[in-house]
Structures are given as C-alpha cells and as structure tokens.
Design a binder for this molecule. Structure first.
Ligand SMILES: *[C@@H]1O[C@H](CO)[C@@H](O)[C@H](O)[C@H]1NC(C)=O
Ligand SMILES: *[C@@H]1O[C@H](CO)[C@@H](O)[C@H](O)[C@H]1NC(C)=O
Ligand SMILES: *[C@@H]1O[C@H](CO)[C@@H](O)[C@H](O)[C@H]1NC(C)=O
Ligand SMILES: *[C@@H]1O[C@H](CO)[C@@H](O)[C@H](O)[C@H]1NC(C)=O
Ligand SMILES: *[C@@H]1O[C@H](CO)[C@@H](O)[C@H](O)[C@H]1NC(C)=O
Ligand SMILES: *[C@@H]1O[C@H](CO)[C@@H](O)[C@H](O)[C@H]1NC(C)=O
Ligand SMILES: *[C@@H]1O[C@H](CO)[C@@H](O)[C@H](O)[C@H]1NC(C)=O
Length: 921
C-alpha cells in the first residue's frame, strides 16, 4: 500500500529563482527584510527575508499527516527530509514507520516508504535515527530489546525502500559515526571504560550490488599513559580523508595539596589520535593543548575541517577568584591542529558571539566562522559570519516563521524550513558570504583552475587533464576518477578510469601547484557525451602542512566531447586475450565455458561501452604457449552496421587500452573482466575470421586455373593458349570486383558511385563492342558465318561473357585444345577492335578501379581480404594487359614492317596484299 505513494511522483517542487530587487545584488548583507513590506506572507509568495541569490521552493508531501522530523544534507547537494507520523496518544512518540524524502539538486525527489514496523523501544520515546551510506543505501539506527537487553541495531535499506539486512551495532550508548567519505563506511565507538579505553569497530560501506556491510577491523583507542593524570572525557569526529579523529581530555590528579600549588603543573591536557583506513591502527596520541589554569571543566563542542586543518570549538569553564569575590564563566576557544598531530593555534571566540542563550559555532569551508544565535525571547535565529580572527563580517536572518535549519557545508548554503502547514514545507536556501572566492565553481577553495574548464567541450584525444591548486601540493593516496554521465540521469555514471595520486601516473608540475593526470585512449571514447571528473579528498596534500585537501564532488567538473565522427570503417577483428592465474583456473574448472565467455562479453559491452551484438566469440581457447598455465580466449569485434557505430578497430583498440590499464579501469571492478591478465596485450589474430570460405575458393580457383593453363600448353603448344589464361584472369578480376561491390564498398560511402560508374559503364561498352564485332563478322565474313551457324548457343554465351572484357572474344579465336569453338575465323578488323578495345579498357576500367581501391585503402582502418584481392588482381590485369598488348602491338608492327620489306624486296605487289596492308594500318 505504501508503495502506491511512490507512484505519486507528481511535480511537487516549484523552484522560484527570484529576482526581487536588482539593487541588492551587489551586497549580500543588506537584507530585503528591512525594505519589503512585512505583511506579505502567504503560501505562494516568497518569504520576506529573501535576497536575489536565494532559492525558495515548496515541498508537498503526498502522504497525509506526515510531519517533518529532521533533515540531513549530503555533500552532493541532496536534502534528506525525515518525515514521521505523530502518535496521537503520546506526543513524545511517533508511529513505528520510516519515511524519508530525498530532494536532489536537480529537483528530483526519491520517496522512501519503508514497509517495516519498528519496535516500541525505537519510537516511544523516539530512539531512532539514520545515516546515509554510499551507493544509494541508508542505515536506520534504532534501539531494540533482545531477550530483555536493549541494543542498537542498523537496518540497511536502499533508495527503492527495500530492506537489505539488519546488523547489530552494540550497546545503546555506542556512537555511530559516518566516515567523511561515505564509500569508506562508518565506525562504531563503544563507551569508554574507567581507564578511558575505548573499542572501535570499522564497518565497510555497503557492497555496491548486494548492499552487504561487514566489519572490516576493530581495535582500541588507548589513553596516553601518563601517571598522575586521569581521563575525563573524549570526543570523536570524522576526517575528510575518510578516517576518524579521537580527542582525549586529561586532568591532573590532585592527590596531595602540596603539588597543587606548583604553578608549572599543567592541569588539563588534550591529546588527539587519528585512525585511518589501511593501517587501521590509531596514531600515537599527540598533545595539542595544555593549560596550567585550574579549570572547572573543559569540553569539546564541535570539530570541523577547514582548509588549514581541523578546528575544534572547546569550552573552558573557569572560576575566577578576585579579592574574595568569585565568579564562574564559560569561554569558548577554537583549537586548531593538523592531522599530523601538530598544534596550529588556540584562540578565544569573541564574547559578543558566545553570550547568547544558545549559540553554535562552526568553521566554514571558504574560511571564517558561522555563528548561530538563538534567544529565548524570540523564535527567530540569527546567523553571523566572522572572519578567521573572529571579526564580524555579515549577518543572515531567517524570519520568525522558520523553525528548522540545516546547512550545505560544502558550498556554504543555509537551509531554512518554515513551520509546516498542512502537507506543504516551504524551504529557503540562503548562500552565505564567502570570504574567499577562489574555486567557487568547484566548491573547493584550494583549487585555482582546471584544464579543461568546467563545461568545456573537449577533443576526445587529449592525453592529460590538469588541476591547478592555490597552494603548493604533493600527491597523496586518494583517487581521481572520470565517469561518463548516463543519458538517463537516474542511472549511475560509468567509470572510465581511476588513478590514485601516488600511482606514479600522476605528476606535479615544476611550480608545485599543478597536477597532471594522464588520460587513457579509452576514456573519452563516446562522441557528444558528458563526463565528470571526481577528485577524492586527500588526492593531494598541502606541501607546507601535509594536510589532506578537499577534492571535487560528483557532477561538478563536467566536460563533454565533441560530436566527432566515429572514424574509418573496419571489418570484424578477432583477438586473443589472456586470463590471469586465477581466471585460467576458474575457466578450466567451470563446466559452462560458453557461459563464461558470455559473462565476459556482457561485462565488456557495459564497460567499453558498446552494443552487446558487436562482441562475439567462437568459443575457442588455447593455452598460452609463452605461459603454459594461462589460457587465451578468442573474441571477435564485429564490424559496424552503420556509420553511427564505432568501427571494430576503435572498439578493439579501446578494449586493448582497457586491458592494458586494467588496474585503473572498470575492468578490475567486474567479476569476470577482473580475471583478465593485463600483462598480456589483447592481440589481433585476424581480420579474416569470417572470410575463410572466400579465401579457400580463391586459392582453389587459382590452382585450377594454373592447372588448366599448363594442360592447355601441354596439349597444344601451338594454340594461342595464352588466351584462356588471360580470360581466366579477367574473369577472376571481374569476380572480385563484383564481390567488392556487393560486400565492401558500402564501408566507404564516397566510393559507392564512382565504383558503380567504373564497373557498369566499361562493361556496357564492352558488350556493345562484342555485339558489333559479331554482327559485322556474321554479315561480312562468310567463314565466320559458317562457323557461327554450327554453334549459335555457345556463341551467345560468349557474347555475354565478352561484356566482361572484349578480350573474351579473343578466346573464340584461340584454337584452344584444338576445339572447333575456339577457332572462330575473325577478320582483321575485329581483331583490331579487340586489341584497341582492351587497351582502352585499361584506362576506362582497370586503372579507375585501381584508384578506387587505393582510395578505399585510405578510408578504412582494417583492410581485409576482399579489397586486397581486388587490388592485387586489378594490378595484375593491368600489368598483364600492358605487357601483352604492347607485345602484340610490337609483333604486329614488326610483322607489317617485314611484310613491307618483303614487298619491296619481291616487288611483286598483289592487290590482295595491298588491301591487307591497308587494313592493318
Ligand atoms: C509489507 O510486508 C509484508 C510482509 O513483510 C507484506 O505482506 C506486505 O504485502 C508488504 N506491503 C507492501 C505495501 O509492500
Ligand atoms: C549549494 O548547494 C545546494 C544544494 O545542492 C544548491 O541548491 C545551492 O544552489 C548551492 N548554492 C550555491 C551558492 O552554489
Ligand atoms: C561551570 O562549572 C561550575 C562548577 O563546576 C558549574 O557549577 C557550572 O554550572 C558550570 N557552568 C557551565 C555553564 O557549565
Ligand atoms: C532578546 O534578548 C536579547 C539579549 O538577551 C536582546 O538583545 C534582544 O533585544 C531581545 N529581543 C527581543 C525581540 O526582545
Ligand atoms: C581508489 O580506487 C580503488 C579502485 O576503485 C580503490 O580500491 C581504492 O580504495 C581507492 N583509494 C582510495 C584512497 O579511496
Ligand atoms: C617544489 O617543491 C620542491 C620540494 O618538494 C622544492 O625543492 C622546489 O623548490 C619547489 N618548487 C617551487 C617552484 O616552489
Ligand atoms: C548531441 O547530443 C545532444 C543531446 O544529447 C543532441 O541534442 C544533439 O543532437 C547531439 N548532436 C549530435 C551531432 O549528435
């Protein structure tokens, strides 16, 4: 039933980008409230306290009766609203269901309505909360009694309201803290014992597909072992690099009064220790503060990262005795230190700030502090911005109708929500004054610029991108990753490459500010697509302080590729890739090798990305001769069906790059593709895989022709047996030309028409010439007529055949095998036509065809069998014709000269020989 509401995804958000008064644009601290009339406040008019940069919208809850309970902001700009149903009978309780609304930066809303009834202990009174986990998972943390023992439990759910699992989270008083990087999981910190020893348990982020959370490691935070100091309290906070900080407050043990008067005694000490992924062992506690003042108490209020390190707000409760008068005062200080354990500074928060009944202080990413003050005499909240020295800079007010506040820390935007009326929540986002405007587009004050810039359209062949920081930096361990945005904004991005800062692939320029990140050939391989570069926190550290720096969030640094042409066509390509040891033994053990192949193909098609039909396999495999335990698998990249698709060569090269860079690409994140051995390259075995039959036919025909030729030569040495050979050559040339026209020329669109013209026109002309010869022979040559009337059927076949080349007619005259059919008595005129016709053929057909082949060769990448046959046979034909024709012309010329010589010598000139001489000219 609850799922029904998922469907009710009516547009419930109205974003009003307001532009009220132009003259406020320049100054953020001039508040429109002072000027606008106070009485306009209905649901559909924006609140008065709006300045032009503010964003105001209304969220309408589809489920009747749900009330806002709490909110949470994510660094990607999502606002999470936890809605509850009030328990009518007991106002301190809620009904045992869980409703969460996720309003993304784009305005998209995800509704989580959990079909789960929480136990009474969790909801009456409310003892329940939730934390975001990575990859669209959430953990609802609640209290449950098990056999009478109350414990903390975590219910892991996903954005589709599905329950994944429940885990035990220890005692009700244990702290659950999410990592500063969600993909690093969360930590449970147990309550400290009397000696101050605290156990921690580090849990993984949910597995991206199964949602399983496991405990990665556990250990203890132990108090520095100092005699005469006792542990008082502790405070924990998360670090931007994904680790955790743990602060210990120690107090001097006043056992005897004698020592207590020693002015050099440090009464209070603060130590910090850091726990990080990888080592999973807290650092030795470092002393960051100590004081000789006998304070009543010392406590931590909050800790925040700022570009300089970590700033914690601590309160010092001190009783000052002055001339018998004593007064107790509480002062707030900012304690700044680095995660290396070094102390930076300790400064007092100005009294004017801390004198409110309720105040809160946090450090801002762009420098300075945000102070929230609330007075009991009014519902309005005031926010003040102070610079790093505590000087007042600006004030932000929300009107009295607001009752819930939150903040997008990363870009310094306050969220105010008005008191709920009916099912409507009015939400106002107010950007805070930034003390520093560097890197605003990146939500990162440490970054000066990047290349390519945000929203730049890039050449897909770039081989590096760069990030310029405002301060000298050093490479660290976290990753920089490039993703292709999915066209469907609801689907996850596709990982193209990910490189750790210290992987040796990234380099720092000589200025120490610029990081160069190499780009693989397979990374930007889709035309007209958007990509985003994600830089993890701690990709670089500051050179001066060794403190990790913030990165760049998802979908911030977006770049796109030009709508480039997919390139030259290429035919199917087959290649071999090698499996590593693990993969080889898996492959050899499986009973379903074809399934194994299919799984690899499916993963390839996702990762490259390319249509699944483009990759096939014949299922062949072999042991690698150079590494006999490993297995080589054969895959074929099929040729593109249209010019829109990438060519098989491009896909082949992309896959080759992905394999070579396996450790840095999505190949290593997938079950089957991670079994590929990246130390062996993806090698091409043939272009011809699909053309084996054609190769065989061609070879066989060559052999038959050769045999025929020698047969002819042997049987009848006097015959003009050369004719059969040339006819065979011409026939074969025609056959490959035709094959090329039918199967290949489409790959080079611009050659289709020229190819047609030079295929059809010469043959039509040839055909006409052949008809002409035969008709005129029949009409004028009685011997031919006699010969012809005996074999009419064969002759018509030969005429058609002659269309292929006029030389075909020659065959009829060849006397081949002494057969009658090959002894046509052609007149000299016809012989001349044939001679010159075939000469002209060279330039009207053979040479253009050769040129077309050369052009084709230049416009495709993988040049395969058919066009190479065409090229070879075209060349052969031309050579053959030129040599033979020249030879024939020469012999004819010699023959005529001899005749003339003879004539001159004999001086016996007959009329017949004159006629014959003339017709020879
Ligand atoms: C809620 O879960 C119960 C059992 O777990 C199931 O029977 C019921 O159909 C579910 N309701 C909805 C609306 O999915
Ligand atoms: C800060 O982030 C929020 C949430 O994504 C967004 O709505 C707001 O416009 C951003 N503010 C600025 C000044 O960029
Ligand atoms: C400061 O300490 C004194 C003595 O321990 C205590 O009575 C007082 O309540 C404390 N003040 C605050 C604001 O915590
Ligand atoms: C509320 O109290 C503060 C200090 O206690 C005072 O400065 C302010 O004027 C009061 N505001 C109103 C509206 O009374
Ligand atoms: C970098 O990415 C790799 C692969 O995705 C991952 O295993 C590793 O934990 C990441 N490193 C950090 C510091 O996040
Ligand atoms: C860059 O840093 C190195 C030390 O890491 C230093 O020797 C060099 O002088 C620095 N270069 C510049 C231009 O600051
Ligand atoms: C590029 O993509 C955009 C949006 O995805 C589309 O509107 C446009 O037609 C595409 N351009 C080309 C040349 O494909």
């Amino acid at each position: 039933m609850l799922k029904m509401f998922n469907l009710a995804k009516m547009l419930t958000i109205f974003i009003y980008l307001t532009s009220i008064c132009c003259f406020f644009v320049t100054s953020q601290n001039v508040l429109s409230r002072d000027i606008l009339p106070q009485n306009v406040s209905s649901l559909n008019t924006p609140p008065q306290d709006m300045s032009p940069q503010d964003i105001w919208y209304i969220y309408e809850e589809p489920i009747e009766g749900l009330k806002l309970h709490d909110t949470l902001t994510l660094k990607d700009g999502t606002l999470m609203i936890w809605m509850t149903l009030d328990d009518e009978e007991d106002p301190s309780c809620i009904l045992p269901y869980f409703y969460l609304r996720l309003i993304e930066r784009t305005g998209r809303i995800t509704y989580i309505n959990l079909n789960y009834t929480f136990p009474l202990e969790a909801v009456c009174p409310i003892d329940m909360t939730f934390i975001p986990l990575s990859y669209n998972y959430i953990m609802v943390i609640y209290v449950k009694s098990n056999n009478g023992v109350k414990g903390k439990y975590g219910l892991i759910i996903n954005y589709d309201s599905e329950i994944i699992s429940e885990i035990y989270l220890g005692d009700v008083n244990d702290d659950i803290i999410i990592s500063g990087r969600l993909e690093k999981g969360f930590i449970r910190i147990e309550e400290y014992d009397k000696k101050g020893i605290t156990a921690w348990h580090w849990f993984s982020a949910p597995d991206i597909t199964t949602g399983k959370v496991v405990e990665l490691e556990s250990g203890e935070f132990s108090v520095p072992n100092l005699s005469s100091y006792t542990f008082v309290n502790s405070f924990n906070f998360n670090l931007i690099d994904g680790g955790f900080g743990y602060a210990y407050i120690l107090k001097y043990d006043e056992m005897g009064s004698s020592v207590s008067n020693n002015p050099n005694i440090q009464y209070w000490k603060i130590y910090v220790s850091f726990l990080r992924e990888g080592t999973y062992s807290p650092t030795t506690p470092s002393l960051v503060y100590q004081t000789t003042t006998k304070l009543n108490s010392l406590a931590f209020k909050s800790c925040f990262y700022n570009i300089a390190g970590y700033i914690c707000i601590v309160s010092l409760n001190n009783t000052i005795t002055n001339m018998d008068q004593s007064r107790t005062e509480v002062n707030y200080y900012q304690l700044e230190f680095l995660t290396t354990g070094s102390f930076v500074q300790f400064g007092m928060v100005p009294k004017e700030i801390s004198n409110a009944e309720d105040f809160d202080l946090s450090s801002l990413v762009y420098g300075g502090f945000l102070v929230r003050k609330q007075y009991t005499n009014t519902t309005a909240l005031n926010f003040y911005i102070l610079d790093n020295n505590g000087n007042y800079k600006s004030k932000v007010s929300f009107g009295p109708e607001f009752f819930h506040y939150n903040m997008f820390r990363r870009n310094g935007t306050l969220v105010g929500i008005k008191k709920q009326t009916g099912n409507k929540l009015e939400i106002l986002l107010k950007p805070l004054l930034r003390l520093n405007n560097q890197g605003v587009e990146y939500d990162n004050p440490a970054i000066e610029s990047t290349k390519p810039a945000i929203n730049e359209v890039i050449d897909p062949l770039i081989n590096e991108i760069t990030i310029k920081y405002g301060i000298p930096v050093r490479l660290s361990t976290a990753n920089v990753s490039i993703f292709q945005l999915n066209d469907d904004p609801y689907k996850p991005s596709l990982l193209r490459q990910t490189i750790a800062g210290d992987s040796k692939l990234c380099t720092i320029g000589s200025d120490n500010h610029t990081v160069h990140i190499p780009i693989f050939g397979s990374t930007f391989n889709q035309p007209n697509s958007s990509y985003h570069v994600v830089v993890d926190n701690n990709f670089v550290i500051s050179q001066e302080r060794n403190e990790p720096l913030l990165g760049i969030n998802e979908k911030t640094w977006i770049i796109s590729t030009k709508p480039f042409k997919t390139g030259q066509h290429s035919v199917s390509v087959t290649g071999l890739l090698r499996l590593n040891d693990e993969g080889s033994s898996k492959f050899l053990q499986t009973n379903h090798q074809s399934e194994f192949f299919n799984n690899v193909i499916q993963e390839f098609s996702k990762i490259i990305p390319v249509n699944e039909q483009r990759i096939t396999t014949n299922g062949k495999w072999q042991y690698d001769p150079t590494s006999p335990k490993k297995v080589l698998l054969s895959f074929t990249i099929n040729e593109a069906k249209s010019a829109m698709e990438p060519s098989s060569k491009i896909i082949f090269d992309n896959l080759g790059t992905l394999i070579e860079r396996k450790g840095f690409t999505a190949l290593s994140n997938n079950e089957y593709s991670s079994l590929i051995d990246e130390s062996a390259s993806f090698t091409m075995t043939s272009y011809f895989g699909n053309f084996l039959p054609i190769i065989i036919i061609f070879l066989v025909s060559i052999i038959i022709l050769t045999i025929l030729y020698f047969l002819a030569h042997w049987k009848n040495p006097e015959a003009r047996n050369i004719a059969i050979f040339e006819t065979a050559l011409i026939m074969q040339d025609f056959a490959v030309d035709l094959t090329f026209t039918l199967l290949r020329v489409n790959n080079a669109q611009h050659l289709i028409i020229p190819n047609m013209v030079f295929l059809v026109v010469p043959h039509v002309v040839n055909f006409l010439l052949a008809i002409n010869i035969l008709l005129s022979e029949v009409a004028t040559n009685p011997t031919f007529y006699t010969w012809f009337s005996e074999l009419p059927a064969l002759l018509s076949i030969c005429t058609i055949f002659s269309a292929i080349n006029i030389l075909g007619v020659n065959t009829l005259t060849s006397n081949l095998f002494g057969f009658k059919i090959f002894s046509a008595p052609l007149s000299q005129r016809s012989r001349n036509i044939i001679l010159w016709g075939s000469f002209i053929n060279i330039f009207a057909e053979d040479v253009p065809q050769l040129i077309i082949q050369i052009l084709y060769f230049n416009s495709v990448v993988t040049y395969d069998l058919i066009p190479s046959l065409v090229l070879i046979s075209g060349g052969l034909v031309i050579m053959y014709k030129l040599i033979l024709r020249s030879y024939q012309a020469l012999t004819r010329w010699c023959h005529r000269r001899d005749e003339i010589r003879n004539f001159i010598r004999d001086r016996r000139l007959s009329a017949g020989s004159i006629r014959s001489l003339r017709s020879n000219i």
